[in-house]
Design a protein around this ligand. Sequence first.
Ligand SMILES: Cc1cc2nc3c(=O)[nH]c(=O)nc-3n(C[C@H](O)[C@H](O)[C@H](O)COP(=O)(O)OP(=O)(O)OC[C@H]3O[C@@H](n4cnc5c(N)ncnc54)[C@H](O)[C@@H]3O)c2cc1C
Length: 446
Amino acid sequence: MYDVCVAGSGVAGATLAREAAKKGLKVLLVDRLPANRVGDKVCGDALGSHHVERLGLSLPRESYFAVYPGIEIYSPDMKSRLSIVAEGLSAYALNRVEFGQFLLKLALDSGCEFRSETHATGLIIQDGFVKGIKLLNLKDGSKEEVYAKVTVDATGSSRILSKDLKTLGFDQELDDDETLVCYREILETEEAPPLPTIYLDMEDAPGGYFWVFPEGENRVNTGLGVVKNAANPRLLFEKWVEKLPCLKGKIRRVIHRGGGVVPARRPIDSAVWNGFIAVGDAAFMVNPVHGGGIGSSMTGGFLAAEVIAEALENGREDEATLWGFNAQYMSKYGAKQAALDVFRIFLQSLNNALINYGLAQGLIKSEDLLKASMGEKLRLNITEKASRFFAGIGKPWFLARLNKTAQLMEDFRQLYINYPSVEGFREWRSRVRVFHERLHEEIGRA
Ligand SMILES: Cc1cc2nc3c(=O)[nH]c(=O)nc-3n(C[C@H](O)[C@H](O)[C@H](O)COP(=O)(O)OP(=O)(O)OC[C@H]3O[C@@H](n4cnc5c(N)ncnc54)[C@H](O)[C@@H]3O)c2cc1C
C-alpha cells in the first residue's frame, strides 16, 4: 500500500511526487512514456522565471535553450506592438525533455518509486472512496491494481482518471470556446526574432493566437492555438508561415511537428474527492488568456503535496480533509485564473478591427497587461481621445464593454477568493454557474 500514487509524470505530477516523497511519504509515480522520454510534450516551452523562483528551483543549463527579458505582442494589422518587458522578469525557452528529466530526477532523488511505460487505465473505487489505480504495463501487457491512500490524476488534458468520477465538481467538461486546439513545429531557421513574439488575429488564429518563440539564434518553437471546431490549425499554420517575414523562405528544416490541446478556462470547481486529487491540466490549471500552464501546474502539484502530507499525518484522506487543496489553489492562482477567464471571453468576442483600434489607441498599456497577467486588477487607459475615436467609428459601446469587463473580472476573482468550505460548495457552485452564463451575455458578443 502506497501513501500516494501519481498517474502522469509531467510538470504537475513530478512536482507533487517530489514534494510528497520529500515529506517522507511512500510515493509511486507512473507514466506511459519510456523513462528517457518523460518531459516530451508538444508545447510552446515558455516559462516565466518567477514560477521557478517561487518553487525554489535552480534549473540546470541543459534544461533551457535561452532566457529572454520579455515578450512582444502584435496587433492583427501588425501596426501596433506591445513590448512586455519588466525588470526582474524573464522567460525561459525550455528544452522540454531535459526539463522533464530534471523534474523526474528530483522526484527520484527524493525517494519516489517510478514506473515508466505504465498506463493508468482507471480508478479502484470502493465504499465511496478512491482506493487506488488500475495499471497496464505497456512492455508486457500485464495488468495490476495498486492501492494507495491518495490517488492523483496528473495525466494532463486527457484527464483519464478524473473522467471516471461523476461526483460533484468532476462532472464538468470543457466547452468548445475553452478548448484551444494547437499545432506546433520546432524549426531550424536562418534567423529568429529577438524576443518571444505573439501575433493576435481573430481570422487566422480564431479565439487564440500564433506564436514564434526563439530557442537561440537559428531555432524557433512556433505554432498556433484556435478554439475547438473553429478551423484546422495546421492549415492556418501554413498560411502564417507564408505571411510572416521572420519565417517565410527562412526555414532550413522541420525538427518536430505535432498537436496538442490546452484547457483554457477557470480552474475546475473542486479538484478533490475521497482519496483523490487532480492537478495540472487535469484540473484546468492553465492561464486562460495566454495558455501557459507549466508554472501553475507545478504550483498545483506543490500545494497538493503539502495538503496530502498534512491529511495523512492526521490519518485522514476524505474529501473534507483534502478540501484545503481547493482553497489553497484558489487563493494562490485559481482566483487569478477566474479573472482572466472573464478577459478571455471578452477577447474572444472581438474582431480584428476592434483589436487593431484598441491597441493603436493604447487602451491597455504594456505594464498594465503584464500586471493583469500576474493577477493584479486590470487597469485601463481610457482617454477622451479614445472615447471620441470609438464614437466616431460607430462603436461607442466598446469602451463601456471594456470597463464592464474589468469590473466583472474583479467580481469573479472575489467569488474565487471567497472559495467555500465543503458545506457551502453547492451554493457557491451555482453562483459561479449563473455568473459565468451572464458573462457570455454581457461581454461575449461583439
Ligand atoms: C501546443 C501547446 C503549447 C503550450 N505552450 C505552453 C507554454 O509555452 N508555456 C506554458 O507554461 N504552458 C504551455 N502549454 C500548457 C502546458 O504544456 C501544460 O499546461 C502543462 O504541461 C500541464 O502539465 P501537466 O503535468 O498537467 O500535464 P502534462 O505536461 O501533459 O503531463 C502529463 C503526463 O501524464 C502522462 N500520461 C498521460 N496519460 C497517462 C496515462 N493514462 N497513464 C500514465 N501516464 C499518462 C503523459 O505521458 C505526461 O507525461 C502549452 C500546451 C500546448 C498543448
